[in-house]
Design a protein. Structure first.
Length: 203
């Protein structure tokens, strides 16, 4: 049975555009593949920052670990196991300051691990997976628009996923959510409209 891992990074719950789009993606995926959907909600779970015990745990053999190292590295082990277990991944994230939220960066810091998800010779070790990244933003950053160059989130996510071996990445830009905040449209109407966005057009 194929598995889809959904990584959610918005703290806005039911008001989140990226969440609604990632959920819709997951529903469609389930309909098409009939597999399992696993949700890693970064906003409602505690994602610790990288710490000294974490670094010790990542760079020393397991038999030399202190209890603190074991505890710190377990989060990373769990996130990586979840990622490796999935056939496909969808990341729903807001754009924050033209980049990604700290929560998502923290998840990345846990899953990008030397000797586990990439080799010391910079080979990605996470093979055979496809990823879709949905980025909601207040402004518009579609290729060819005046502020497209400010968006560092798309390239960063493509680069870091590619670094660990996930090179089949589709980025969807759900730009212009400010119109919802300004009352020019509704969340439901905005989300419904995003079906017209071709998945491959926003990278
Ligand atoms: C801290 C913060 C930083 C933001 N930075 C940007 C930004 O750089 N560019 C932009 O277009 N929108 C920015 N926004 C707006 C969000 O990207 C927008 O509200 C988006 O819909 C959030 O995703 P969500 O609806 O999934 O929560 C920011 C919002 C917050 C709260």
């Amino acid at each position: 049975m194929p598995k889809l891992l959904v990584v959610e990074a918005s703290p806005r719950g039911e008001y989140s555009v990226s969440r609604q789009l990632a959920e819709r993606f997951a529903e469609e995926w389930r309909g098409n593949h009939g597999g399992d959907v696993i949700v890693r909600d970064l906003a409602t779970s505690h994602v610790p920052y990288i710490s000294l015990p974490w670094i010790g745990g990542a760079f020393t053999p397991a038999e030399q670990h202190s209890p603190e190292m074991d505890e710190a590295i377990k989060v990373s082990d769990d996130y990586i196991a979840e990622l490796l277990d999935a056939d496909e991944i969808v990341i729903g994230t807001p754009m924050y300051n033209f980049s990604i939220p700290a929560l998502l960066k923290s998840w990345i810091d846990h899953v990008v691990r030397a000797g586990v998800t990439f080799s010391m010779s910079y080979e990605g070790l996470v093979e055979g997976k496809k990823a879709t990244v949905i980025i909601a933003s207040g402004g518009n950053f579609a290729p060819g628009t005046p502020y497209a160059g400010l968006n560092v989130a798309s390239d960063y996510l493509k680069q870091i996923l590619g670094f660990i071996g996930i090179t089949d990445v589709t980025v969807v830009l759900a730009g212009g959510t400010l119109a919802i905040d300004q009352g020019q449209t509704t969340l439901d109407a905005f989300v419904a409209q995003q079906t017209d966005v071709p998945l491959a057009a926003a990278a």
